[in-house]
Ligand binder design. Structure first.
Ligand SMILES: Nc1nc2c(ncn2[C@@H]2O[C@H](COP(=O)(O)OP(=O)(O)OP(=O)(O)O)[C@@H](O)[C@H]2O)c(=O)[nH]1
Ligand SMILES: [Mg+2]
Length: 633
């Protein structure tokens, strides 16, 4: 079975709902108020099995100029439009507006039903037909069937069905191989079932028991049951009008505009880049900063527009734009959208979403941004994926994200990613794809950082990876860093010594000087006995920086060549050992020692005796009792 969605369109009272009823036997005006007032207020639904074997899901929209918002919620998922024009009135404002909207949304096919033929005579009918033919020139309906009908007398209804079958046969149905997207157009409760939502299944399929997300609400739930065209089914596929019974979700929690999607693929967005076509009949031009209303399927959001290539766009013009919305929406590359002025509410244009997750563009890199948008508009899937993955920087993009970003066949996206990885345009790290150009940038940053590190820390053997990661100050997965570091090591651009990364040959260049200074310090400390030069004196003694002095002392202690008493005092190992022996002997004989006695015992001055004594305390050799020390334990 081929599933196609047809939407009505046209001016108020031109006979859309009557024609749906005449075709299907179903009155799409389901609300009490609609029946009483004789106008359509909200979307109505019906279905029709066509002779050619297609099943037509029908969405009937209101024609009232104040209800365009509801019309937009219905028209977003249609394949075929039936533009209804009353023969007695001819083309009216919403005939124009609805046709323009369908044109902007790239509705695939359509026809014109010239209704109420029973109210006009032959000559009049011919004139109206000419007028309509003239009007649709240059739109997607040019050369489409034009069928004069009457819902009242039934004239030409069979011909209309025949033309619809012809169109349905030509239309490529929505893809069940995309990712599940079901924009909600109705929410209600049913006794014994709980919450039911309905919508036109835009892509993919939905099955009972499936785990789904309701976005942008962020509700994860399970599908309890599905109905399509009033029959309970196990699954429903793209192109079907679908009712879903949701588990554990309250009617009050969700509303029209929310979207049911496969769990884990989509992130709501508020900033997007798009191509905009401003309607020729737009009442005025559009300036950067203008407040707009944004529509996509059943979603609506307020926001502001930035024109990326100019400050003002005249009616009929086109440009790349950035939209910053006040409410989050769920979008994919390739989605069509409509913009209306914030006030007065008039349709101004629409186009294609190019980048659903974007950032503010800097003026300095605008040329590159625009070039990327050109590729996203006209390029191959491969080129587009390259741009999206590159845009994720060093954080990388997962397969799920890629599938959620572009409205295309799932398998095609996966195959293209794999082929890009094979060509080394992308690098695959676990389930992440990172763009090769990003890796080059990272390589360069790492080399710069290590070189700078050597300059700032000439006496350190190198930098460890954690420290490097911190200094890079980038959002970056540890896996990607490891990979790039390993690559640099393989290319012999850096060396890994122990846990330290360094530029090859670094030690050879610096090591000799360093060793020389180190030896001199060790010697001075040894000679100094219990009164060696303090750290603070080393810079003057050996013409090194304060930082070098600190680093070198630490290095010597780490290597076991000196003993660290405190930050500024380091002693020769044997000297410390000798003092320790003397102290121990003294305490074993005399049981206690004063600071003055210790000073003499260690043949030093008070300045050195105090930290040295505290050092032995810290080793738990001695312990303080009053102003004396005794052996501990
Ligand atoms: N004589 C005649 N009257 C018609 C025909 N089709 C519709 N009507 C009448 O026109 C009026 C409007 O018809 P609807 O079908 O409600 O029009 P609509 O386009 O659905 O209107 P909205 O949904 O409010 O935009 C009703 O009174 C219908 O009875 C027709 O073919 N012939
Ligand atoms: Mg109606």
């Amino acid at each position: 079975m081929k599933y196609i969605i047809l939407g009505t369109a046209g001016h108020i009272d031109h006979g859309k709902s009557s024609l749906v009823k005449a075709l299907t036997g179903i009155d799409p005006d389901r609300l009490k108020e609609e029946k009483e007032r004789g106008i359509t207020l909200d979307l109505g639904f019906a279905s029709l099995d066509l002779p050619g074997g297609s099943r037509l899901g029908i969405v009937d929209v209101p024609g009232h100029e104040g209800l365009i918002k509801n019309m937009l919620a219905g028209v977003g998922g249609i394949d075929i439009v039936m533009l209804v024009i009353a023969a007695d009135e001819g083309i009216m404002p919403q005939t124009r507006e609805h046709l323009a909207i369908c044109d902007l949304l790239h509705v695939k096919k359509g026809l014109i039903a010239l209704t109420k033929t029973d109210l006009v005579d032959k000559d009049w009918l011919v004139l109206v037909q000419d007028e309509v033919r003239e009007y649709i020139k240059g739109t997607f309906l040019e050369n489409s069937p034009l069928v004069p009908v009457s819902s009242k007398t039934g004239e030409n209804l069979p011909l209309l069905v025949q033309e619809l079958s012809g169109l349905a046969a030509e239309v490529t149905p929505k893809s069940p191989n995309g990712i599940l997207r079901l924009p909600i157009d109705r929410v209600f409760t049913m006794k014994g079932f709980g919450t039911i939502v309905t919508g036109t299944l835009l892509s993919g399929m939905i099955s009972t028991e499936q785990e789904v997300d309701i976005l942008p609400r962020g509700i994860r739930t399970k599908v309890r049951g599905i109905q399509s065209h009033n029959l309970a089914v196990q699954r429903s596929v793209a192109g079907q009008r679908t009712a879903v019974n949701l588990q554990g979700v309250d009617k009050a929690q969700i509303s029209r505009g929310d979207i049911i999607v496969s769990a884990g693929f989509f992130t709501p967005t508020k900033t997007l880049d798009a191509k905009l076509d401003l309607l020729k009949q737009a009442p005025r031009g559009l300036k950067t900063g203008a407040r707009i209303r944004f529509y996509n399927t059943t979603q609506e959001a307020m926001g502001r527009i930035t024109l990326l290539e100019m400050n003002e766009l005249p009616p009929g013009g086109e440009t790349y734009v950035q939209l910053r919305l006040e409410q989050p929406v769920i979008l994919q590359h390739g989605d069509r959208y409509i913009l209306r002025f914030y006030s007065p509410m008039e349709t101004l244009g629409g186009g294609m979403v190019l980048n659903p997750h974007t950032r503010r563009h800097k003026q300095t890199t605008m040329d590159q941004s625009l070039e990327n948008l050109r590729v996203l508009e006209k390029g191959s899937l491969e080129d587009k994926l390259g741009i999206f993955v590159s845009g994720k920087g060093l954080v990388g993009m997962t397969e799920a994200e890629a599938i959620g970003t572009i409205a295309a066949d799932k398998q095609e996206i996966l195959t293209t990613l794999a082929s890009l990885a094979q060509k080394k345009a992308l690098l695959r790290v676990d389930n992440l794809y990172v763009h090769a150009s990003q890796l080059l940038t990272l390589e360069k940053r790492i080399l710069d950082l290590i070189n700078r590190y050597h300059e700032d820390n000439p006496l350190k053997p190198g930098i460890d990876k954690e420290e490097l990661k911190g200094m890079l100050r980038m959002r970056l997965s540890a896996k990607v860093l490891n990979l790039v570091v390993d690559g640099l090591v393989k290319k012999k651009l850096i060396e890994l010594e122990g846990l330290k990364l360094k530029v090859p040959g670094f030690k050879a260049a610096r090591g000799a000087i360093q060793d020389e200074v180190k030896n001199k310090i060790v010697e001075a400390i040894r000679k100094g006995g219990t009164q060696p030069p303090l750290r603070e004196e080393l810079p003057a003694l050996f013409s090194i920086s304060e930082k070098d002095a600190r680093d070198l002392l630490k290095l010597l202690a780490d290597e076991g060549r000196t003993v660290r008493i405190n930050d500024s005092l380091h002693l020769d190992k044997e000297v410390v050992e000798k003092v320790r022996e003397d102290l121990k002997r003294h305490l074993e004989e005399k049981k206690e020692i004063t600071m003055a006695e210790f000073r003499d015992l260690a043949r030093t001055s008070r300045k050195f005796a105090v930290p040295l004594m505290e050092y032995f305390d810290s080793l738990k050799l001695t312990q303080r009792v009053g102003d004396k020390r005794v052996l501990r334990g």
